[in-house]
Write a protein that binds this ligand. Structure first.
Ligand SMILES: [Zn+2]
Length: 98
């Protein structure tokens, strides 16, 4: 029952948000600019309003932001040398088996 009420609330939230200015579909197109900070302030305000009413898009934005933050922390230098050597050995063996 709670889930049904939540779903109705979320659906209505999306509808109200769309009526105020931005639909979920449009939000997806603008999300990259929102997360990387290049979106114009006016659009940013519209998306902020949408996030207040739409739990789905808020969750998607947070997941997207976390994914970007995590991927920024990964670089070629982050792999320990022992792991890199073992991986190289493993790959060479697999190539030679072919
Ligand atoms: Zn939405």
């Amino acid at each position: 029952m709670f889930n049904l009420l939540k779903k109705v609330r979320d659906t209505l939230g999306c509808w109200f948000s769309a009526a105020r200015g931005v639909s979920c579909e449009e939000l997806v197109r603008l999300l990259i600019g929102y997360v990387d900070g290049t979106l114009p302030a006016e659009d940013r305000t519209r998306l902020d309003a949408h996030f207040k009413d739409c739990a789905h898009c808020l969750s998607m934005m947070r997941t997207y932001r976390q994914t970007i933050d995590l991927s920024r922390g990964v670089s070629n230098n982050s792999m320990p040398s022992e792991v890199r050597l073992r991986l190289q050995r493993f790959l060479k063996e697999k190539i030679q088996e072919r």
